[in-house]
Design a protein around this ligand. Structure first.
Ligand code: UD1
Length: 418
């Protein structure tokens, strides 16, 4: 087993390159199933969730060749209902197999998926969309099974803005007869990336990035070469690490527009943020001000930056409030952060961070999920003393070479086997 050991207190300085977005790469990789052809996907992050996705696709019959961040994938020989339960159940993103299998084969059987545990993660909105397209769906027995004689374009009004449901229903409707209209669709950049990829393969999708998405059914898709967008959450995590340590970091390969809600909060705290064409500079010299934040679907402040924000606010002066507006149980990590001496109260979906109350020190912590682990890394970098984080596979699920990248910024951080 591995752990991350940090001797904190060093301001981060230098330049870091951001990898491709996890939350775009997974839908696109599963989306290659629809092409029944050879695709070359570039800028794919080297993370455990991608390893697992490719392993699942191979087990289903895909041919995969990977050279660092470029993945060549041929899905011609894929068969439906073949994904191994023990693999898909480890990762939430494998839910996208349902839409992709249903879209291509009109049948799907996929194990109930796992991933980060921050409350109930229902799929009722996914199922609602599949049924509206004409599928019969059964969610009993640990699997989601779906089949249809024919998929027909329809209107789907989502009751809740859901990234997963929007992705899944897009995947399922690409070949449906006629036009499918998704209302109250998620607007995240990774939804746009998936639509751009599918359109590059011959699909006809418009409106991605707005809350109304139209999918005109096409007969077939073909393979293409496509590059994944930069990871806004990885970029945001480095921005917060720079601010928390009082550093000066240039973050390369980003789309600054995607980071607007994150940059705005940093500016509000008094941190210097400069946007360049495809880079962002974050620098902090003085104190940080306390602020309030509520997570919301894009373009709101992302729930996937919530734990990192809580960690950062421990270093601001005064009381800050963080309200979780997406998930019902995403503060489990707070107990770990408190080991540093951080003074954080949690009541329901609200955390009050009493910043600057005492000097915080390094501590042993256990990463409870991907973004929680990132928050612990930020904490460890910013406080004096030694921090050891275990269960780091949760972090490596979604951060590409985080230890190496932070070392490049001058951090005293290393991965140690034990
Ligand atoms: C995705 C991301 C995750 C991120 C989340 C919100 C992946 C693999 N995961 O998760 O990192 O935290 O978006 O940006 O891309 N909901 C329902 N019914 C449904 C589906 C969702 O009620 O059928 C609710 C959920 O309980 C939650 C909210 O909608 O409260 C948002 O969920 P959703 O956007 O679907 O998150 P995921 O796609 O699972």
């Amino acid at each position: 087993m591995d752990k991350i050991v940090i001797n904190g207190g060093t301001p981060l300085t230098g330049t870091v390159e951001i990898s491709g977005a996890k939350n775009a790469a997974l839908p696109v990789l599963f989306g290659t199933i629809l092409t029944a052809d050879r695709c070359v996907i570039e800028n794919v992050p080297e993370i455990l969730d991608v390893d697992l996705t490719l392993e699942i696709l191979e087990k289903m019959g895909a041919k995969v060749r990977r050279d660092h961040t470029t993945v060549e994938i041929d899905t011609r020989d894929i068969l439906p209902c073949r994904s191994p339960y023990e693999l898909v159940s480890r990762m939430r993103g494998s839910t996208y197999l349902i839409g992709a299998e249903l879209g291509r084969f009109k049948q799907a059987k996929v194990g109930m998926t796992g991933g980060c545990n921050f409350g109930i993660r229902p799929i009722d909105q996914h199922v609602k969309g599949f049924k509206a397209l004409g599928a019969t769906v059964d969610t009993r027995g640990g699997y989601v099974e779906a089949f249809a004689d024919e998929l027909v374009g329809c209107e789907v009004y989502f009751d809740k803005v859901s990234v997963g449901a929007t992705v899944n229903v897009i995947l399922a409707s690409v070949f449906a007869k006629g036009t499918t209209v998704l209302e109250s669709a998620a607007r995240e950049p990774h939804i746009v990336d998936l639509a751009n990829f599918l359109n590059a393969c011959g699909a006809n999708i418009t409106g991605a990035g707005t809350d109304t998405i139209k999918i005109k059914g096409v007969e077939k898709l073909h393979g293409c070469t496509y590059a994944i967008i930069p990871d806004m959450i990885e970029a945001g995590t480095f921005m917060f690490a720079a601010a928390a340590t009082g550093g000066n970091v240039k973050i390369n390969n980003v789309i600054p527009k995607h980071l607007d809600s994150i940059s705005a909060k940093l500016s509000e705290m008094g941190v210097y943020v400069e946007e360049l064409d495809d880079a962002i500079i974050v620098r902090r010299d003085g104190d940080m001000k306390n602020i309030n934040v509520k997570t919301r679907p894009y373009p709101g402040f992302p729930t996937d930056m919530q734990p990192q924000m809580t960690a950062l606010l421990c270093f601001a002066k005064g009381d800050s409030k963080v309200i979780e507006g997406v998930w019902d149980n995403r503060f489990r990590y707070v107990e770990e952060l408190r080991k540093t001496g951080a003074y954080i109260d949690v009541a329901g979906e609200t955390a009050i961070i009493h910043g600057g109350a005492a000097e915080l020190v390094g501590a042993p912590m256990r990463s409870v999920d991907l973004r929680a682990g990132a928050a612990m890394v930020i904490m460890g970098l910013a406080v004096n003393g030694r921090t050891e984080i275990v269960d780091i596979h949760t972090i490596e699920r979604g951060y590409d070479n985080i230890v190496k990248k932070l070392r490049g910024l001058g951090a005293d951080i290393r991965k140690v086997s034990f």
